[in-house]
Design a binder for this molecule. Structure first.
Ligand code: DAH
Length: 406
C-alpha cells in the first residue's frame, strides 16, 4: 500500500478502493446533499460547537477501548472494520472522537465525519458513509434548571411549526436497559427527557416539509458507551426506519475527560439514510457521483422547499451469477466476498445477493450461488465490459477465498 506511512501487519485489511475515498469529504463539499443536510442539522443546534475535520485514521483505543467496547465485541472483527494495522484503523463511527472533544472542555457539540465499515452490497450499503454525533452535558448541581429552561424555550419555538407528530414510546427503564447507579434518578430522568425532546424536535424540523403526519418510535437499544440506550425510528414508506442511536453517556467517559461534575446525553445518526429520504435519492452510490447531472440538482437548495432528485435515466443492469463450493466447515464471510467485487467493479456493482445454498449430501461440501447485479449510475455498460469484470472477480474470489468455482 504505497503512500501510507504506517507499518502493516496481519491485521491490515484496508484496500486501495477504500483509501482512495479518504480525502473526498463529501460533508464539506458545498451544495452536496450531505453538506446541505449537515448544515441544516447544525442550524437546529445553534449554540453548539461543530467539529467537521477530524482525521478518519484513528487508534483502536479511540474507536473502541475508550468507549468501553468489550474485547469480543463483533464490531472489532476484521470482517466488519478496516484496519491499517493492529493499533490503527479507519473510524467506524463518529463516537471515536467523543472523548477528545469532552477533554477539551466542550459541553455541547456536533461532530460530522466520514465513517468506514465492511458490509454487504446493495442500494443502501456502501463501505463509507457519514455520521453526525451530538452530545450535551449539564452541570450536575444545575441540571434541572438548564434542561427545563431549554425544553420550555424550544417548545415555544416549535409551536409555530405546521407539522403534527405522533411519538410512540413505551420504553421503560429496566434491568436490561438500566440507569447508571452513580446517577440520582430525578436527575437522569431530566437528562432523558431533554434527550428525547431534543431529538423529537430535530426530526420534526428535518421532516416538516416532507411529511405532515410524522410518526416517531422509540425502542430500547444497546451501546457500550451509554446507559440507558435507545434507537429512534420514523415511519417511512410502510416501514420503521432507524434514524439514530442515543443514550445517557457512561459516567466513566466523562470522568476520564475530566468532566466529573457533568451528566449528559449523546446521539449518533447516519446522514445518507436521512438524505436518501429527504431528497429521494434511490442509490447510496449516487452520493459519490461526480456527474454534474447529479451535483447541479442541489445548487439552489433553500431550506424552505423540498428538492427531489430527478433521476437522469435508469441505465440497464447486467446480471451475473456465480457459484462455488466451500469445503466442509470452511469459513466464509460475505463481507470478504463483497469487498473483492468492490475492488474490481468499484461503483459498477449495485447489488449482491445470495440466491441459492445447499449442502452436498455425500461430501458435505456447501454450495453457494450469488447473483451480482452490475449497473452504472451514469451510463450504459456493455455486456463485454461486464464479462471482463466478472472474469476478474472469479479469479480473485478463487485465489483469495480458497473456494472452488463451479
Ligand atoms: N456510534 C453509534 C453507531 O455508530 C451511534 C451512537 C449511539 C452514537 C449512541 C452515540 C450514542 O453517541 O450515544 O452505531
Amino acid at each position: 500500500m504505497k503512500g501510507i506511512p504506517y507499518e502493516l501487519d496481519e491485521q491490515t485489511n484496508v484496500t486501495p478502493t477504500v483509501l482512495s475515498k479518504l480525502f473526498r469529504k463529501l460533508h464539506l463539499q458545498p451544495h452536496h446533499p450531505l453538506f446541505i443536510l449537515r448544515k441544516q442539522i447544525e442550524s437546529y443546534f445553534p449554540h453548539f460547537s461543530y467539529f467537521n475535520t477530524f482525521n478518519p485514521i484513528v487508534t483502536v483505543q479511540q474507536n473502541f477501548d475508550d468507549l468501553g467496547f468489550p474485547k469480543d465485541h463483533p464490531g472489532r472483527n476484521k470482517t466488519d472494520s478496516y484496519y491499517i494495522n493492529k493499533q490503527i484503523m479507519l473510524r467506524t463511527h463518529t463516537s471515536a472522537h467523543q472523548l477528545e472533544v469532552f477533554r477539551k472542555g466542550n459541553n455541547k457539540f456536533l461532530i460530522s465525519a466520514d465513517v468506514y465499515r465492511r458490509d454487504e452490497i446493495d442500494s443502501s450499503h456502501y463501505p463509507i458513509f457519514h455520521q453526525m454525533e451530538g452530545a450535551q452535558i449539564f452541570n450536575m448541581n444545575n441540571a434541572e434548571q438548564e434542561t427545563l429552561d431549554d425544553i420550555r424555550y424550544v417548545t415555544l419555538l416549535d409551536s409555530t411549526l405546521s407539522v403534527r407528530e405522533e411519538v410512540y414510546d413505551d420504553t421503560r427503564i429496566s434491568e436490561s436497559n438500566p440507569t447508571q447507579s452513580c446517577h440520582p434518578l430525578e436527575q437522569v430522568d431530566l437528562i432523558i427527557r431533554h434527550l428525547k425532546f431534543s431529538l423529537n424536535s430535530l426530526v420534526k424540523k428535518l421532516f416538516m416539509h416532507h411529511d405532515k403526519n410524522l410518526k416517531i418510535r422509540w425502542i430500547d437499544g444497546y451501546f457500550p458507551f451509554t446507559s440507558p440506550s435507545w434507537e429512534m425510528e420514523i415511519f417511512f414508506k410502510g416501514k420503521w426506519l432507524e434514524i439514530c442511536g442515543c443514550g445517557v453517556i457512561k459516567q466513566n467517559i466523562l470522568n476520564n475527560a475530566g468532566q466529573n461534575d457533568k451528566i449528559g446525553w449523546a446521539f449518533g445518526l447516519g446522514l445518507e439514510r436521512i438524505a436518501m429520504v429527504l431528497f429521494d435519492i434511490p442509490d447510496i452510490r449516487l452520493f459519490w457521483s461526480q456527474d454534474k447531472r447529479f451535483l447541479d440538482q442541489f445548487n439552489n437548495f433553500n431550506h424552505n422547499e423540498i428538492i427531489k432528485f430527478q433521476p437522469f435515466s435508469k441505465f440497464p443492469s447486467c446480471i451475473k451469477d456465480m457459484s462455488f463450493w466451500l469445503d466442509k466447515n470452511q469459513d466464509f464471510h460475505e463481507n470478504n466476498f463483497c469487498e473483492i467485487i468492490r475492488n474490481v467493479a468499484e461503483d459498477l456493482v449495485e447489488d449482491v445477493k445470495l440466491v441459492d445454498e445447499f449442502v452436498h449430501p455425500k461430501t458435505k461440501k456447501k454450495s453457494l450461488c450469488y447473483r451480482i447485479n452490475y449497473r452504472s449510475m451514469d451510463r450504459s455498460v456493455t455486456n463485454e465490459e461486464i464479462n471482463k469484470i466478472q472474469e476478474k472477480v472469479r479469479i480473485d474470489v478463487e485465489a483469495k477465498l480458497n473456494v472452488t468455482l463451479r
